[in-house]
Design a protein around this ligand. Structure first.
Ligand code: MBD
Ligand code: FE
Length: 309
């Protein structure tokens, strides 16, 4: 049996009241959004015949999600963070902004204020015995000219697929650095090859994904914020070619232009030239930024981030 009352004048007046629309205080934008959310919520409850048991299960789910700090993970897994990218892409297209390296999701695991260095950085603390990775490239504008003094803010997971800060067993800022490009717009770093990420198996995000018949795995990837004076901030990642989840990312971040070839080598002469022994890997990847005179576009989108002022 489905009962509907949301169309009645009484119900509508009640939802307006609950949204603060009958008072002059508060914030009009918040009122408009909450009013819409309440109306859509009761519509869902009525049309999907949501039972009280289901309702309270959902309320408790939100509590667990917060306690486990997984709200940012869930919105990535439900594809909402990727959807925002698609929306921004469409907006760009509509106003004729094109070219450059495509954006893709930031994800929930950035930490602000990583150590800053010129041209080169070593990202790993030497504890994780992963395959040594050398990555380098150039930051350019859409005319192909190098951007000196650009900031490459890079972060990635260790061989267990976990990130420093969120994984308290890693050293401070392990696998996180900010590198200023040199006169030729070049950045270089030495690190270890990351593993893919998997949602905490006992957490609320994986619990919901299980209900959808979905996995919670990401391919191996490396995150970047790229910024330069008078250019649009770029939030992006590279996804490593050959990973089994490359085109099956639970967070939908992979884009064709962001697939990076990774070359493994056992050539000990080349290893020696890099100052290492044993197996190593190399990635070469350039980033292209759109120019922008608007200060707001030169900044990353505002959100609460770890250690950000
Ligand atoms: C990650 O490492 C990540 O990048 C995203 C988007 C979600 C969860 C973990
Ligand atoms: Fe990640």
């Amino acid at each position: 049996m489905t009962v509907k009352i949301s169309h009645t004048a009484d119900a509508q007046k009640f939802l307006e009241e609950a949204s603060g629309l009958h008072n002059d205080a508060g914030n009009p934008r918040a009122k408009a959004l909450i009013h819409r959310i309440l109306r859509d919520s009761v519509n869902i409850i009525e049309e999907m015949a949501v039972t009280p048991e289901e309702f309270w299960k959902a309320v408790n789910y939100l509590n667990v999600l917060g306690t486990r700090q997984e709200a940012g993970l869930l919105v990535a897994g439900l594809g909402l963070e990727h959807y925002l990218d698609l929306l921004m892409d469409a907006e760009d297209e509509q106003v004729g902004k094109s070219g450059g390296t495509p954006r893709t999701i930031e994800g929930p695991l950035y930490v602000a204020g990583a150590p800053l260095s010129d041209g080169f950085a070593r990202l790993d603390d030497g504890v994780d015995p992963g395959v040594v990775l050398f990555m380098q490239g150039q930051v350019k504008n859409t005319d192909g000219a190098p951007l000196a003094g650009a900031i490459v803010d890079v972060w990635h997971a260790n061989t267990g697929g976990t990130y420093s800060y969120f994984d308290g067993s890693q050293s401070e800022f392990n696998l996180r650095r900010r590198i200023v490009t040199d006169a030729e717009g070049r950045y270089r770093f030495k690190s270890i090859v990351p593993s893919g990420y998997g949602c905490p198996p006992d957490g609320p995000t994986q619990q919901l994904l299980d209900q959808l018949g979905r996995h919670g795995q990401r391919p191996a990837h490396i995150h970047f914020f790229i910024s330069a004076d008078d250019h649009r901030h770029l939030t992006t990642q590279i996804n490593l070619d050959g990973d089994e989840y490359l085109h099956d990312d639970f967070a939908y971040a992979t884009r064709d232009e962001l697939i990076a070839k990774i070359t493994f080598s056992d050539d000990q002469q080349r290893a020696a030239a890099h100052g290492v022994t044993g197996r190593f890997a190399e990635i070469e990847f350039d980033f292209t930024l759109q120019s922008s005179a608007q200060p707001q576009e030169q900044q990353r989108i505002e959100r609460v981030r770890a250690l950000e002022d």
